[in-house]
Design a protein around this ligand. Sequence first.
Ligand SMILES: NC(=O)c1ccc[n+]([C@@H]2O[C@H](COP(=O)([O-])OP(=O)(O)OC[C@H]3O[C@@H](n4cnc5c(N)ncnc54)[C@H](OP(=O)(O)O)[C@@H]3O)[C@@H](O)[C@H]2O)c1
Length: 401
Amino acid sequence: MKRQNVKIGLFGYGVVGQGLHDVLNESKGFHADIKRICVKHRNKKRRLPMHYFTWDKQDILDDPEINLVVELIDDAEEAFDIVSTALSQEKNVVTANKKMVAEHLDELIRIQEKNNVSLLYEGAVCGAIPIIRNLEEYYDNELLYSLRGIFNGSTNYILSKMFNENRDYEEALHEAQKLGFAESDPWLDVSGTDANYKLSIIMEHAYGLYIRPENIFHLGITNINSQDMQFAREKGYRIKLVPYAGRVGKNELTGFVLPRFLTADKKLFTVENEYNGVVVEAAFAEKQFFYGKGAGGHPTGSAVLSDISANSFFYAYEYKKRKQNLGLSYTTDVILEVYFRYQDKKDMDLLDFDKITESYTGPEYSYRIGKIHLQELFEKREDILNKDVSVINTGFKPEKR
Ligand SMILES: NC(=O)c1ccc[n+]([C@@H]2O[C@H](COP(=O)([O-])OP(=O)(O)OC[C@H]3O[C@@H](n4cnc5c(N)ncnc54)[C@H](OP(=O)(O)O)[C@@H]3O)[C@@H](O)[C@H]2O)c1
């Protein structure tokens, strides 16, 4: 198969940029030159000679010799500007920026088609787990019932520490930050926003529907406390942050990000600390499970390298499910079963359940378990976040109302 020589213009030389550099240096089978690296701060110490670096993006974007832009910066707005300009100037792009991709996916697809160029972003979703290319190439003709998983290593690390070592939330978060698993501003991770971006990208490749992140309900782990952990322990469950996308009825698709109870027979139960996992349920292939490191310089760098190599063989996503036009529409008109824990009696009726199946009132905390409309969770999201309450999906399959 024909392969083109790749001359890379790299944006960003942080955790992933340097990780990619290491992975490229160690790679035996593939060679690509990094010609220029654009970074932000002039006075930072760099591992490479300074003649590689520039602070002016045009040095890369206007260089006709550079045929591949690799975008690994931590500023999604600026990243969109760089990526859309590069694609419009007929340069192929590889990125790991999930926020940028999830917020602009429709437009990015349009720009690729218009300019006949390729944008690849495996590193943006679950680090080293090759889920996007598998959805595009392996499951291209499969009927997918659902996808769910652990898409965020920081939150999984925090929940593992809370569960296994009885740490409180703040303590576990602090430790995750110290070890570099959580950002100094961890909000995107702990609020479930990062998982939400990844779910939005996965839904495009699995079902051909682009659902903007703000239209997917998401609740992170900030409200989970030791009483929820105690409840889970007593029942033999673990709590994980589990994004879900799946079909309801014949022609509809739903999606959400919620903490969830998992029983010991579930694959995701075993995914601990900074690891990620993805469960794909398909009509013919049946259930499959992907497991691996979801973040970090080298795991993400390896996904970026795989995209760079694929690009050298002229690979582009075909957005096959979008083209197949599966006739699906997105709905939030579904019923879930959730556990709702509250401290204060006056919060007891915060959520309007369709049906309550279990109820407990105790001196320390109280809870209700029951069926609830997803739209009700959307409407009460701010109230939930601002009160000493928690909402955890029990894991029953979402049903059409
Ligand atoms: N870290 C992970 O494990 C991971 C995993 C998957 C995906 N990602 C994604 O990968 C991307 C990079 O993450 P990271 O963790 O490597 O970030 P990082 O360590 O904070 O590094 C960011 C890099 O971007 C540069 N930069 C920021 N703004 C810039 C601008 N306007 N122009 C040029 N360079 C700019 C910075 O320059 P200076 O060096 O001068 O500060 C730095 O080199 C993000 O989109 C992130 O979401 C990260």
